[in-house]
Design a protein around this ligand. Structure first.
Ligand SMILES: *[C@@H]1O[C@H](CO)[C@@H](O)[C@H](O)[C@H]1NC(C)=O
Ligand SMILES: *[C@@H]1O[C@H](CO)[C@@H](O)[C@H](O)[C@H]1NC(C)=O
Length: 196
């Protein structure tokens, strides 16, 4: 009898764990990035252990490479985007380590659309990345089923000091790296809008 209860409990826990993805990371922007785009360190939820690093290459493109840990060798995700007055138009690539294969997608924003809406496409799924105008919150939504995949919040202290983002990932459908690149894109276009 107790065995059955224990097994049922285990099933509930596993099922909960499976459906209830809830990972959080803290992303801190470097204070100084020179003439390059922003650079970031992705920490675990405590903000103490650095897990990933996003580096920018100087140039006309917004060109971000994401590294596992602080190694700066062999990027595991890439973002390359062109910016014009009205458009942010880019490609993303994320390395699937198991298959040792890149999976590519796109990320686009039209500044003329009110609010702040990007559209990503990855693995043939459209994902919106959207925040209300002037809001510090941005949400990723799977357009195939309207599921919230992830959210990030820009800390208020970012207004005075280095930008910090708390990111919460609520689904395992896509690699976490896609959301980190989303933060880099959002941060970059924000800067562009505010500096004219
Ligand atoms: C996810 O975890 C954070 C903190 O770890 C918590 O504040 C939040 O309520 C959790 N969200 C859900 C949907 O469980
Ligand atoms: C995907 O991106 C990788 C890394 O940038 C690149 O080497 C590869 O050619 C791209 N594949 C396709 C099909 O575009």
């Amino acid at each position: 009898m107790y065995k059955i209860i224990a097994i049922l409990l285990l099933i509930v826990l596993i099922k909960d764990g499976y459906c209830g993805t809830n990972r959080t990371y803290l992303i801190k922007k470097d204070l100084i990035s020179g003439l390059k785009g922003g650079e970031f360190t992705v920490y675990d939820t405590t903000g103490k252990n650095a897990l990933f690093r996003m580096e920018s290459k100087p140039g006309v493109l917004h060109n971000v490479r994401l590294f596992d840990g602080l190694t700066k060798k062999n990027p595991i995700a890439l973002l390359k985007a062109k910016l014009s007055v009205v458009l942010y138009k880019g490609t993303i690539a994320i390395l699937n380590k198991k298959l040792n294969q890149w999976q590519n997608g796109t990320i686009n924003q039209n500044y003329k659309i009110v609010g702040n809406k990007f559209l990503l496409s990855y693995n043939n799924v459209d994902i919106s990345m959207e925040g209300k105008a002037a809001s510090l919150d941005t949400t990723f939504i799977d357009q195939s089923n309207q599921q919230v995949l992830a959210k990030f919040h820009k800390r208020v202290s970012s207004l005075f000091w280095r930008n910090k983002y708390d990111i919460q990932i609520l689904s395992d459908k896509f690699p976490d790296q896609i959301y980190f690149l989303g933060v880099a894109a959002r941060d970059h276009t924000n800067k562009k809008i505010h500096s004219g």
